[in-house]
Write a protein that binds this ligand. Structure first.
Ligand SMILES: C[S@@+](CC[C@H](N)C(=O)[O-])C[C@H]1O[C@@H](n2cnc3c(N)ncnc32)[C@H](O)[C@@H]1O
Length: 391
């Protein structure tokens, strides 16, 4: 079967996430075709339910569709309804803006139902593509269906039936309605936290440690995906916020029997009791965003950025030495490494300024596909580093 995955704002990060989750959870023969940035086609022998499960784990994708092989029999599925709402999103081949294909398609659908005495309502997108918000508001998936039309380079159009859209309200709920947060320190967007958890390729029932847990965004997203979690932070307040947020999560969502623990710990302290406890703890991956200095509102002077980067670099160096000491091998670390926008362009860290030779950098084979998260006006860009401790 062929499935359509529509990424969110940052397709390269989403592509890496999708490949990690498919590799970790799907054993059936599967290929990802990523010819265009605005959609990915996944051909697989896996069961549909397993692909829906994969989609629900993701932070970087907004829509999942399944190829419609026979359009007539697909429309027949809805003939029991007396009133149908449907939408069409059109994904043209790169660069092309306008086409009459969606309106021709909608006319065909309307006349199909009219001939059967069924009234149908077409929700037209403003700009080729219906947003997840529109699909939700107009209840398109409960009152009918959405079809995505994908045009290939030769102008051939294939149709996909939308199975799921991203639960954006749920991500927003965890972002804004949790009881504990620290605006000063800054919180990771939950979708990015989810993507980072997924990039760690942790298997079912595995455990994830966030040693800079703040108010626990990464831990919450890891728990949502069924993992056990360990959180630590130098700040007592942060650990208290994390605990409150995890309790809120457990009361708000239907969780499994995942375990969690959170404690105060300074990652630069090598002789701590926590270090010997962590040596005995079985965790599979470390996922974190380090302290990156106070929030920045203005573009920085290069010298200021250099000072901030030096501080982050020494904190990261201490953290990676700590990880080498608590875990023997095969440990995966997924972390944010900041770049700062300066009056002379972006100032960044070289990964080998804080990583010893014991670490192998993983990530997309295509080096131009740099993984990062930012907005067009951001002062800080969050680069995503994936590193594995060699044997
Ligand atoms: C950017 S915040 C993490 C935010 C978190 N990802 C969230 O979304 O809530 C960085 C955290 O690192 C913690 N921190 C700073 N220095 C530390 C150290 N040496 N060891 C452990 N934690 C530290 C801070 O207290 C802060 O909570």
């Amino acid at each position: 079967m062929q499935y359509l995955f529509i990424p969110g704002r940052l397709p390269q990060l989403s592509e890496a996430e999708l490949k990690s989750v498919l590799e970790t959870f799907i054993t059936a023969e599967t290929t990802v075709n990523a010819k265009s940035d605005n959609h990915f086609l996944v051909r697989t022998d896996a069961d549909q339910d397993d692909i829906v499960d994969v989609f629900q784990r993701l932070g970087g994708f907004i829509k999942l569709g399944i190829e419609i092989e026979d359009q007539e029999s697909f429309l027949d599925l809805y003939t029991d309804n007396s009133n149908i709402t449907f939408g069409i999103s059109y994904y043209p081949y790169q660069g092309k803006k306008y086409s009459n294909i969606p309106s021709e398609f909608s006319h065909k659908i309307k006349s199909f139902y009219k001939a059967k005495g069924i009234s149908s309502r077409y929700v037209k997108p403003d700009n080729n593509i219906l947003s997840t918000g529109q699909i939700l508001q107009r209840e398109i998936l409960t009152k009918g269906f959405e079809i995505s039309l994908i045009e290939d380079r030769d102008g051939k159009v294939s149709a996909y039936n939308t199975l799921q859209i991203q639960d954006i309200e749920d991500f927003a709920n965890r972002d804004y309605n949790r009881p504990g947060y620290d605006k000063e320190m800054g919180m990771l967007p939950p979708k990015l936290a989810r993507i980072m958890v997924n990039l760690s390729c942790t298997r079912e029932n595995g455990a994830i440690w966030d040693p800079f847990c703040g108010s626990g965004t990464i831990l919450m997203e890891a728990l949502m995906n069924g993992y056990n979690v360990i959180g630590s932070d130098i700040s007592e307040q942060a650990v208290a916020d994390t605990k409150r947020n995890i309790l809120w999560l457990a009361n708000t969502y239907d969780m499994g029997d995942q375990k969690y623990t959170a404690f105060v710990h300074d990652i630069r302290k090598f002789n701590s009791r926590e270090r010997s406890d962590l040596r005995k703890t079985d965790f599979n991956a470390v996922v974190f965003e380090p302290y990156m200095g106070p929030p920045q509102k203005k573009i920085l002077r290069p010298s200021k950025a250099e000072t901030l980067l030096d501080e982050v670099s020494s904190l990261l160096e201490a953290a990676f030495i700590f990880f080498e000491n608590v875990k023997k091998s095969n440990l995966i670390v997924v972390c944010v490494v900041p770049s700062y926008r300066t009056t002379e362009g972006w100032a960044s860290l070289r990964y080998n300024s804080f990583l010893s030779k014991r670490w192998k950098i993983k990530g997309p084979k295509d080096k131009t596909k740099h993984l990062h998260w930012s907005r067009s006006n951001s002062i800080i860009r969050r680069n995503i580093l994936i590193a594995e401790l060699k044997r």
